[in-house]
Write a protein that binds this ligand. Sequence first.
Ligand SMILES: Cc1ncc(COP(=O)(O)O)c(C=O)c1O
Length: 473
Amino acid sequence: MHAPDDALPSTPDDAPAGWSDPDRLRSAAARHLWPHFTPADQSARGDLPVFVRGEGVELWDADGKRWLDGLAALFTVQVGHGRRDLLQKAVDRAGDLAYFPLWGAANAPAVELAERLAHLAPGDLDRVFFGTGGGDSVEAAWKLARSYFAAIGKPRKYKVLSRVGAYHGTSLGALSITGMTGIRHMYEPLVPGAVKVPSTNLYRAPVHADDPVAFGAWAADQVEATILAEGPDTVAAIFLEPVQNAGGSLLPPPGYLQRVREICDRHDVLLVSDETICGFGRTGAMFGCERFDVVPDMITCAKGLTSGYAVLSAVIASERIFEAFRAGGGQFVHGNTWGGHPVAAATALANLDLFDELGLVEHVAATEGAFGDAMRGLGDLELVGDVRGVGHFWTVEVVADRATRRPIVADADGRHVADVIRAAVLDAGLHCRVFGSGSSVIQLCPPLISDQGVFDEIEQVLRAALEKGAAAC
Ligand SMILES: Cc1ncc(COP(=O)(O)O)c(C=O)c1O
C-alpha cells in the first residue's frame, strides 16, 4: 500500500534550478536558514539534511540519499509524500478564488470543510474555527474557553490544566499549557493560570505501576484534586492528548479519560482533546477521542488535516459553546489572516477524499497489530525497557538498566550510548525521533499508508542501532 500507483512524485528533472546542487543548498542553508529547535552551531555547519523529494513513505535528500519516513515528516503526512493528485485537486477546487478571509464573511472551501469536519467529529462538536497550526488552535481554544465562561457570566473561570511533560505548542499561551520545562523556563514568566497535573506514563508511574486501572483512577483523581485546590470557579478547561506524544505514545489508562470527563462535568470545566497528532487516523479512528470513547467539548487539530500539503488547523467546538455567544449577542473576539484559507481548506477536502478512497483509517486499525508485533519483537534486546503504542503511533523506550528503568540519556555514559544509537539510525536513513528533548524514547509515527514492509524495515534498522548501542555500553 505504501507506493500508490497513482502518486505522481516529483523527479529531479522538474526540480527548480539549484535543487540538484547539494553543496549550494547546504551552504545557503548554513548562511541564511534559521531552523526550528536546532542548535545554532549545527545549522551553521551546513551539514543538516536538505530534503528535496518524497514519494509514499520514502524521502530523498539533496545528496540523493534515500530515507524511510518513520515520522510522517513531523507526525503530519498521513497519506504519504508525492501526491500531486491531491494538490491538483485542491488547486482545481480553490483556483477560482485564491484568497478570502473568514472575517465577517466566508469562502466556499472553508464552508464545505467545516461541514465535513462537523460530520466527522463526535457528539455535538459541530462548530469549526479555523487557524494556522496546532499551537495556534490550542491558543484559540484557551481563549475560546475563557470567552465562553465570560459569555455565560462566569468570567473568573480562566485557568487551564494540562499534563506534565506534554507539548501543546510554542506561542506564549500554548507554551504556558505545554508541560515540558526545558522549553519553557527561558520564556518565563508565562501566561498566568496554567496549572499542571500528572501525566499517564504507566512505565514511570509514581504509584500503582502494576495496575493500570488503579493508576488511571489515581491520575484522574489528581485532576479533580487540582481543580478543587485551584477553586472550581476559576478553572475553565483541561487540555489532554488522547495519546500523549511527548514522553512517547503515553496511552490513557483504562477508564482515565471517562473519569476525567465526569470530573469536568462535575466542575463545569471544558475538556479539550488536543488531536494535533492523534487526529485524522493516527490511532486507528478518525479522532483519538473516538478510539478511547470519550466526547470532549472541543477538539484542536492540525497536521493530518491536510497531510502537510497546506497549512491549516481547526478548533472543532461543541454547539453549546457557540450557542452561548449567539444567545448573548456576542462574538468570539479572535481571528487571523490565514485561518480557513481557501487553498488550504480545499487541500484538506482533497486529503479527506483520499482518506476515503484509500480506506486509510480502516487500514491503520487493521495493521496496528502488525506494527505493534514488529516493535514488540525488539523486546528481546537488553536496552529495550518498554514498547507501547496504538494505531501507527509507537514508542520504544530505551533504558540503561531494565531492573531500575534508568533512562539511557540520564548520565554522561547514557549520552554516549544515545549518540551511537542516533547516529546508526540516521546512517541507515530512518527518519524518526530518537531521544527527542533529552528523553529516552524512540518515537515512530510513519505515514498511515505504511504496511508490513515498512514495519519490518523500521524493526531492522532499530535492532541494528540498539545492538550497536549495547556494544558501546
Ligand atoms: C499535541 C500537540 N499540540 C500542539 C502542537 C503544536 O503544533 P504546531 O507545531 O502546528 O503549532 C503539537 C506539535 O507537534 C502537538 O504535538
